[in-house]
Design a protein around this ligand. Structure first.
Ligand SMILES: *Cc1c(COP(=O)(O)O)cnc(C)c1O
Length: 376
């Protein structure tokens, strides 16, 4: 069976974990956590990167730091993972879902402005498949109405928009290092921001409401309970695994890109015959080969294709039941405007096997089987 995903393993992970153990500090913010943060700050050109226990938690931090209050409205695409909405619902926000663009499956930037009300506080964008949203337009709208921009860049680590790393463009960026993402620590994530004004509040929030970070820097002589807080620090064991992956980030990315490009090239003929559509990468976007998906005619064809591939020993998956159609989405949000594409496009989408240790022979086999399917 060709799996859909396996967590990346590159070689140094166990050595670094062993080293972390020998250093005698397994809790958060030790040597490996610092190395990961510094690496990302330098590579992605942003002032502050804090590792978290997940992207969901990074989004929770972003919602708190954006000062979301009960009853505030937050605009986001309906086609996304539940965490994007959950993090803001926890702060009492109402979610206003808008439609996506069928080419990238990202929020339609032209539909954001009509969804703004006097209660709107933030725009949350999701860079689906590591392909950027139209950030120039979105920042312009945010500026005009005084809104915060949070980037759910869970899938967008090491991807770029007009030269800027995804996650460093809005007020806050959130990364995921879940095992299904390009670079992993099992479960984990990071919050990114550029403005120093958020640093103290973010540190306190992440450290159970204490100024323990300041204490460790020698800036205060004891640490105390200062404000609202939770525990968002991952263990050094997880950070050690991640650091091994960040060090060979380009190697991981190159392999994923090889797979992505192979699928894209080999499936071109099926697109020309009108049987499928392939992903679109707009100008100015450098993606990170997070995902290869294709779209078929409708849900019925997709179901048949999944079964067909499964019989051939290939695991393919789909995702995102649009949030506004789910029970919690109806309870906590509303859809602004018309659902022209979200539901329809989500029913067509199928994701192909994509992971670092995937054999190119298996990639070839997958494309051959896709070509041999007769019921598009
Ligand atoms: C994976 C993912 C998340 C959640 O990441 P975790 O690290 O598992 O919390 C959130 N948003 C999007 C778009 C994702 O793909």
């Amino acid at each position: 069976m060709i799996d859909f995903n396996r967590p990346a393993y590159t070689g140094k992970e166990m050595e670094y974990i062993q080293d972390a153990v020998q250093r005698g500090m397994l809790c958060g913010d030790g040597e490996y956590t610092k190395r990961c943060s510094r690496w990302m700050e330098e590579r992605f050109h942003t002032a502050h990167v804090m590792l978290t226990t997940s992207c969901t938690h990074a989004l929770e931090m972003a919602a708190y730091l954006s000062d979301i209050q009960p009853g505030d409205e937050v605009i986001m695409p309906a086609y996304t993972f539940v965490s994007t909405a959950d993090a803001f619902v926890l702060r009492g926000a109402r979610i206003v879902f808008v439609d996506i663009r069928p080419d990238t499956m990202n929020i339609d930037e032209d539909l954001i402005e009509p969804a703004i009300t006097e209660k709107t506080k933030a725009i949350v964008v999701v860079h689906y498949a590591g392909v950027s949203c139209e950030m120039d337009k979105i920042l312009q709208i945010a500026h005009k109405y005084g809104l915060k921009v949070v980037e759910d860049a869970a899938q967008g680590v090491n991807a770029y928009y007009k030269g800027k790393a995804l996650g460093t463009i809005g007020d806050f960026g959130c990364y995921s290092f879940h095992e299904t993402k390009n670079y992993t620590m099992g479960e984990g994530g990071a919050i990114l921001f550029d403005k120093d004004e958020y640093q103290e509040k973010a540190e306190i929030l992440r450290e159970k409401g204490t100024d323990r970070s300041k204490f460790f820097r020698g800036q205060v002589d004891k640490y105390r309970w200062m404000d609202y807080g939770s525990s968002y620090l991952p263990s050094e064991l997880n950070a050690a695994y991640l650091y091994a992956q960040l060090e060979v980030c380009d190697q991981i990315q190159d392999k994923r890109m090889e797979i992505w490009n192979y699928y894209h090239r080999e499936l071109e003929a099926l697109e020309k015959e009108g049987k499928i559509t392939r992903p679109v990468i707009p100008e100015g976007c450098i993606h990170n080969a997070h995902m290869y998906y294709l779209k078929v005619r409708d849900m019925e064809v997709r179901t048949k294709l999944i079964h067909y591939l499964r019989e051939k020993g290939i695991c393919s998956v789909f995702h995102y039941i649009p949030l506004h159609t789910a029970p919690a989405g109806q309870k906590f949000g509303r859809f602004a405007g018309e659902d022209r594409y979200t539901t329809k496009e989500s029913e067509k989408l199928l994701r192909l096997p994509m992971f670092y240790n995937l054999d190119m022979k298996d990639v070839e086999y997958v494309t051959e089987q896709l070509k041999s399917f007769k019921e598009y």
